[in-house]
Design a protein around this ligand. Sequence first.
Ligand SMILES: Nc1ncnc2c1ncn2[C@@H]1O[C@H](COP(=O)(O)OP(=O)(O)O)[C@@H](O)[C@H]1O
Ligand SMILES: [Mg+2]
Length: 241
Amino acid sequence: MKAIVARDISKSFRSGRGSKTRVTKVLKGVSLDISLGEMVSIVGPSGSGKSTLLYCLSGLEAADSGSAEIMGKQIVNADRNSLFRIRREHIGFIFQSYNLIPSLNVLENISLPARLAGRPINTEQINEILNHIGLDGRGKDSPTDMSGGEQQRVAIARTLADSSDIVFADEPTGALDTENGREVLKVLRKIGSNPERAVVMVTHNLEAAARADRVLVLKDGMVIRELASCTAAQILEAMEH
Ligand SMILES: Nc1ncnc2c1ncn2[C@@H]1O[C@H](COP(=O)(O)OP(=O)(O)O)[C@@H](O)[C@H]1O
Ligand SMILES: [Mg+2]
């Protein structure tokens, strides 16, 4: 089964008012297929629309046109309720900013998506993940007492602990040091190798991108290249030519 089937996704943003209105075309017809059991990276220059593409594919942002199916369910023009249900049932998202709830402790933040979706919470697994990302014993702490890197690791643990079908990750290692970044990638790689799950990751880090099964190069709102099991050097080459 395909995790994601997207065809001709377009998205523009309007800014300013009246005669000063400007329209920026961010996505200009993106098509892609992502299977379960696959990890796919999206790379491209800053401002090329990578985050916007992830938001449109996960139903957080409405595409202007085109079609996008998540686990066989259309999300473009879907009504709010079905969109909410599709996101809750199938999607986990690691944001570039952490989106933690300050009034909940680390354990409560991590178990929130599973609780909302009515999926079982596996405390043993949560503790194992905390251990993996260097936050052993920090479950009762408040995110407000943590550094940026620690908060990002909690946000990642939240998505990892929740066994959603598709994990979207926007620059998941951006705020992490090399060692923690490597641990997070290891966990994402493991999820992407599970035949029932898929990972879509945006990253600036070409070494990280190369861990995926496929790399899509986004430029000027379009997928201009696609590479299968490649090296960081090959991705750089594809971005430059
Ligand atoms: N909500 C928004 N309103 C207006 N412009 C936006 C909005 N979100 C993104 N953009 C613009 O769309 C372009 C692509 O942004 P983004 O998807 O964040 O790129 P990337 O993640 O590749 O750096 C940028 O020019 C950005 O300024
Ligand atoms: Mg971005």
